[in-house]
Design a protein around this ligand. Structure first.
Ligand code: ATP
Ligand code: PRP
Ligand code: MG
Length: 281
């Protein structure tokens, strides 16, 4: 059986389970379950702490896992990113009291609180900055107010937590993160990983794209196709009405209305948009 590590708690847990469910896998009913077998799909799920998942995958005891890119890089494990999954997006940034520190170089000689010490130590070292990294488990934003650090390096999503602690970000983001599918660094890509990857890609495409159908004067087909090039190539078929064609193409969901306006402007009519339930490209 193909063994997959999945986050048991935290920000990644629920969206990961939803995505796997959409990909046709069984998911646990009881959030305390640690293992779940899915014999129909020949896979076994292990529900582990997100921070530990890269360690398990890196050791080869499981074949793949879902975690955050930031957690993967901080783990130092012998695992690599295989497929970005498009959820749990965040940035990883330095922050400090307003105007106190405004550039990474100014961290020199200061104390930096973080839950991601490997990431931060590496980032500072690469810039020749020497600082004391204070490792905390969470609630890192309070470290400055409580006086154990001068600045923090932490996950920023909406920025609400930082604002609440009276901190402002400075410098470029250390990292842009999202949930990722990971695999052991030196594993051969096997059929189990290929199937999982194809299924997850199918979910991503079904979420990110819609199917657009429309009728257009045949003389305008080339212009229409420039607006809706599709993923590979749109389907164009003759309409019963002379000199008209029907076109079907995949369109990015977030561009749906703009594309419909553009098509209408060049004479397309009967523009229909349909959600994609599932797909295999
Ligand atoms: N608003 C957010 N807060 C925390 N983590 C987030 C957020 N948005 C995305 N993430 C990502 O989720 C992962 C953190 O997972 P973690 O299990 O620590 O979640 P958590 O919600 O912080 O849980 P915990 O309460 O156990 O700390 C990281 O990859 C991080 O980038
Ligand atoms: O930018 P925001 O939307 O405010 O989100 C970012 C905050 O959320 C996370 O904390 P979490 O709730 O996981 O608590 P923790 O620090 O104890 O892990 C993260 O560590 C930040 O503190
Ligand atoms: Mg957290």
């Amino acid at each position: 059986m193909f063994r997959i590590a999945v986050p048991n708690k935290g920000s990644l847990s629920e969206p990961a389970a939803t995505m796997l469910k959409k990909a046709g896998y069984r998911q646990r009913r009881d959030p305390r379950d640690l293992v779940l077998q899915d014999p129909a799909n020949d896979v076994e799920f292990f529900f582990l702490r997100p921070r530990d998942i890269a360690v398990y995958v890196g050791s080869g005891t499981v074949d793949a896992g879902i975690t955050g890119r930031d957690l993967l890089l901080d783990s130092g494990a012998h695992a690599v990113e295989h497929l970005p999954l498009g959820f749990a997006g965040s940035t990883f940034r330095y922050a400090g009291p307003q105007d106190r520190v405004t550039a990474v170089e100014q961290i020199h000689g200061l104390r930096v609180a973080t839950s991601y010490p490997v990431l931060v130590t590496g980032h500072l070292a690469a810039r020749g900055v020497t600082a004391t990294v204070v490792r905390l488990d969470g609630a890192v934003e309070s470290a400055v107010q409580l006086g154990i650090a001068d600045v923090v390096a932490d996950v920023v999503s909406t920025g609400t937590t930082l604002r609440g602690a009276g901190l402002v970000v400075f410098g470029d983001p250390i990292l842009v993160s999202e949930a990722v599918l990971i695999r052991p660094a030196d594993a051969e890509a096997g059929v189990g990983l290929e199937t999982l990857t194809r299924r997850l890609q199918g979910v991503l495409v079904a979420d990110q794209y819609v199917l657009m159908d429309y009728d257009v004067p045949t003389a305008q087909v080339e212009r229409a196709i420039a607006i809706t090039p599709g993923l590979e190539s749109p389907t164009v078929s003759p309409l019963h009405k002379q000199d008209w064609s029907a076109v079907r193409a995949m369109v990015r969901r977030d561009q749906t209305n703009q594309v419909m306006d553009d098509l209408y402007d060049i004479g397309a009519r009967a523009i229909l948009v349909t959600s994609i339930h599932a797909c295999r490209l």
